[in-house]
Design a protein around this ligand. Structure first.
Ligand code: SF4
Length: 333
């Protein structure tokens, strides 16, 4: 396959904004090396090679991609469509194992590896059958690492219906920034309507968060994870006392199509400071609520910024006992 990217050079000598954005997107996705040649369409020179290619293919948009594969030629005027249709969502070829590698073997193999190495290893084997669950800052670090690996991968997010407006906008920003598809789950309508009719919209302040989280988060997670072979999470050991033993790799026997799924926690050994150093160094998008003092961000009615000296998840379900500060997504094996 030979790929030509045609970029437009404006009369002022600068590349067009969309051409710059497309190049940045390809670089963020680790796909830039898949462009074999760049040809310029000079706005001030109708005879420039790119202008000629545009005329010959009757294209009026820039950038565009000419993909030659044997006798076949396709033209894409969207970088996203080009990535999705011709690069299978990523550049690397996935090695589908005949037998899934055991969690124990992977744990041994990946011990001491960096988060980027762990993500790359998992995606190399599972590709889009590995899914990153996306809600917080850690998860965008994982998405950034996955995007840079060049391998295909999947992302899903649990829409509880109670997230902050900032979080919804943030999810959309991440989707566009990386040019990825994000599966957004919804709670079971019948169960949710039943809960709200009987107990109202804020039952969690009276009876605890388990029932509401069960319907808005745990059920949808169980459903979405049946589609994947591996689940990549942003859990870290130093997030809270309830996560102190999070392993790098484990077999989760509470989830998955056949009651088991490989669960990988590439950031298990990372600190909050490590994550933020990465986000800043790599200019990764983050939820603007962090600038207002929020650290771990969940649903709007159940999240507040932690107080000085509290651990980072102390602002989640703050009215409950510290030992119950999990929503049920990460159950013990
Ligand atoms: S975090 Fe709060 S609003 Fe969100 S699902 Fe759990 S109990 Fe319901």
């Amino acid at each position: 396959m030979h790929v030509t990217m045609v970029k437009k050079r404006l009369k002022n000598g600068q590349p067009c904004d969309k051409c710059v954005q497309a190049e940045e997107l390809l670089k963020r996705r680790g796909l830039w090396e898949r462009i074999d040649e760049v040809v310029w369409a000079d706005e001030s020179d109708e005879s420039s090679p790119g202008m000629q290619l545009a005329r010959e293919r009757n294209v009026s948009l820039a950038p565009f991609f000419i993909v030659k594969d044997g006798p076949r030629e396709d033209v894409y005027t969207s970088a996203l469509a080009f990535i999705k249709e011709r690069l299978n969502g990523g550049a690397g070829s996935v090695e589908v194992a005949v037998e899934p590698t055991s969690a124990e073997a992977l744990a041994l193999e990946l011990a001491g590896k960096s988060p980027g190495e762990v993500v790359r290893r998992i995606l190399k084997q599972y590709g889009a059958r590995a899914a990153i669950s996306f809600s917080g800052a850690e998860d965008v670090m994982l998405i950034d690492l996955a995007a840079k690996s060049g391998y295909p991968f999947s992302v899903f997010s649990l829409d509880t219906g109670r997230l902050h407006a900032e979080t919804y906008r943030f999810i959309e920003r991440v989707r566009k920034h990386y040019g990825i598809e994000i599966t957004i789950t919804a709670p079971d309508t019948v169960a949710l309507e039943d809960l709200v009719r009987k107990k109202g919209l804020f039952s969690f302040y009276d009876d605890g968060h388990s029932e509401c989280c069960g319907i808005r988060k745990v059920g949808p997670l169980r459903r979405v994870l049946t589609r994947y072979a591996a689940w990549i999470t942003g859990q870290r050991r130093d997030q809270s006392p309830t996560r102190a033993d999070v392993p790098l790799v484990q077999l989760d026997t509470n989830q998955g199509a056949d009651g088991r799924i490989l669960k990988v926690n590439p950031l298990a050994e990372q600190s909050l400071a490590d994550v933020w150093t990465y986000l800043r160094d790599e200019q990764v998008p983050y939820n603007p609520l962090h600038d207002q003092g929020f650290v771990s961000i969940g649903c709007e009615p159940c999240t507040r910024p932690p107080r000085p000296g509290e651990h980072e998840r102390a602002g989640r379900w703050w009215w409950e006992d510290t030992t119950k500060r999990e929503c049920g997504l990460h159950l013990p094996k």
